[in-house]
Ligand binder design. Structure first.
Ligand code: SF4
Ligand code: SF4
Length: 129
């Protein structure tokens, strides 16, 4: 299972084959932080690394050395985890990187999700006008 706002494939939205319009739904996060505790990888881009290092007030190379790890496939970097498996930057149920958290975190579950995500995420569906 992908985790921690941690990467995975986008699940297809509800489709209708009968020609009726598809209801638009936005999922409102309840800040349960479960997605920060799932196993997986929180991808960080170069721009995100720059922003996070600046936010933390530390050198970019030092941030990379201390707080990132190679992703499987060696195709980029991810944030490190705590020994208990949750994201290193989770404090209680709060993200200590909130203003600069990676897009992967910001975009879940509306921008991307995975089959079965509704079973493990407490976001509430809000009907869009
Ligand atoms: S409601 Fe869903 S998206 Fe929000 S913190 Fe919980 S698991 Fe993450
Ligand atoms: S960076 Fe923040 S939002 Fe993303 S997994 Fe870590 S604690 Fe959660």
């Amino acid at each position: 299972m992908p985790g921690k706002s941690k990467g995975g494939g986008l699940e297809a939205g509800p489709g209708r084959a009968d020609g009726h319009p598809v209801e638009k739904v936005y999922f409102r996060c309840q800040r349960c932080a479960k997605c920060c505790r799932w196993p997986g990888f929180v991808r960080v881009t170069n721009d995100e690394i720059t922003a996070i290092a600046r936010y933390l007030g530390i050198d970019e190379d030092a941030f990379i050395q201390q707080y990132t790890r190679l992703r499987p496939g060696r195709d980029g970097l991810a944030l490190v985890d705590k020994p208990n498996g949750e994201c290193f930057f989770l404090d209680g149920n709060a993200c200590t990187l909130q203003p600069v958290k990676p897009g992967q975190c910001r975009d879940f579950p509306n921008g991307w999700n995975f089959p079965g995500w509704r079973d493990v995420c407490e976001a509430i569906p809000i009907k869009m006008p």
